[in-house]
Design a protein around this ligand. Structure first.
Ligand SMILES: Nc1nc2c(ncn2[C@@H]2O[C@H](COP(=O)(O)OP(=O)(O)OP(=O)(O)O)[C@@H](O)[C@H]2O)c(=O)[nH]1
Ligand SMILES: [Mg+2]
Length: 356
């Protein structure tokens, strides 16, 4: 799972990267190289399950974040820059709300909705260029070779052009599975699920929730788009402190719970991911999988051998395990269910995979 942090120059992308990955802040102006870091998915359920097993090691699920160089028309013409953006599963698009005269604004003034439209337009134009190029190619090929497959691809791409030309990103279109499959290989930028991160100034900290709600209202209904507000500068500074101390400072600013938790939770739900846990003495671990994943596929994410030699899964919801106090007690009370390969894993399940 990889998310790219995108946005205009000087909006707080690197600050967000520091909050999420704990990487020390090095505000490198306009750097052209993307940095990759790993965020641990904070999960109180994992801590509760770990208290039951008391394992040697607790492993959180992770999300990779990329601190991408800022979006611009020139950058979007650079093949290696584009390639870096194409491979990600989602975008976290940072919008500048904070006012600070010492920090120059690319478009001259603070106006997050305009900035959003500006960046979206660049992504859309980039996708349109890809479509045009492919259509030209297809036209040549279809003259040489009659192929229903190519005809259908051309028809679909033609159909995608109209909404794009009207300024609608591809993520807002309802495409059937067949259409999704046909265009997957293009990895269109405007199709990425997007978390809009509102980067507020510290004076807005007490109104964080209000501003978030208001912005959602102004945005209107947008499929595969989520909104989360943060005070980037404060949170980036707090990310270098011990958790408890940071929480005290946060409260003194009137800020809600840790930004890391809210951003990561929003990213997971945007992507339709759920968590399950595995527990044993050596290791308790959280895993993320798409909603509706079967026990067989879940076993495969742990180890490919588990999928190949899968027999059954023993399943218990994490709360039931915590209430029982131990795996043995849960088993005695008949709380562990034996499930087959087609069982659909639920958010918060604790799984023991039995394999040959
Ligand atoms: N006052 C104020 N300044 C901020 C805030 N967030 C970021 N900044 C400042 O804005 C500048 C840019 O922040 P970065 O996090 O480096 O932004 P960026 O988007 O990575 O910038 P580039 O990589 O150069 O495009 C820095 O000087 C930050 O201190 C904020 O919430 N309030
Ligand atoms: Mg930066």
């Amino acid at each position: 799972m990889r998310t790219a942090i995108i946005g205009l120059p000087q909006t707080g992308k690197t600050s967000l990267f520091s909050i999420l990955t704990g990487a020390q802040q090095s505000t490198r102006l306009g750097t052209l190289v993307a940095r990759v870091g790993v965020a641990r998915v904070p999960d109180p359920r994992l801590d509760a399950v770990a208290a039951i097993f008391r394992p040697a090691k607790v492993t959180h699920a992770t999300i990779e974040y990329v601190d991408a160089p800022s979006i611009s028309r020139e950058a979007l013409r650079d093949p290696s820059y584009l390639a870096g953006l194409r491979i990600v599963d989602a975008f976290a698009h940072v919008l500048r709300f904070f006012r600070d005269e010492r920090v120059p604004h690319e478009l001259g003034s603070v106006d997050p909705l305009r900035d959003l439209a500006h960046v979206e337009t660049e992504l859309i134009l980039s996708d349109l260029a890809v479509i045009e190029k492919r259509l030209e190619r297809l036209e040549k090929d279809r003259k040489k070779l009659k192929s229903q497959e190519l005809d259908q691809e051309a028809a679909l791409l033609e159909r995608l052009k109209a909404p794009l030309e009207a300024g609608r990103p591809l993520r807002e279109l309802d495409l059937c599975e067949e259409e999704q499959r046909r265009i997957r290989g293009f990895q269109f930028l405007s199709q990425k699920p997007t978390l809009l991160v509102l980067n507020l100034g510290e004076e807005d900290a007490p109104r964080l929730h209000e501003i978030e709600v208001e912005f959602r209202g102004r945005l209107g209904e947008r499929p595969r788009t989520a909104v989360a507000a943060v005070c980037g500068k404060i949170e980036a500074e707090l990310s270098e402190l011990p958790a408890e101390e940071a929480q005290q400072y946060r409260a003194s600013f009137g800020l809600p719970d840790a930004a890391l938790q809210r951003i990561v939770a929003a990213t997971l739900s945007l992507l339709g991911l759920i968590s399950f846990f595995t527990g044993s003495q050596p290791e308790v671990r959280a895993w993320t999988v798409p909603r509706n994943t079967t026990a067989l596929k879940a076993a495969g994410t742990i180890h490919s051998d588990f999928e190949e030699r899968f027999i059954r899964a023993e399943v218990i919801p994490w709360q039931a395990l915590v209430e029982a106090g131990s795996l043995a007690a849960a088993r005695e009370r008949g709380l562990l269910r034996l499930e087959g390969k087609d069982y659909v894993v639920q958010d918060g399940d604790v799984l023991q995979i039995r394999h040959g």
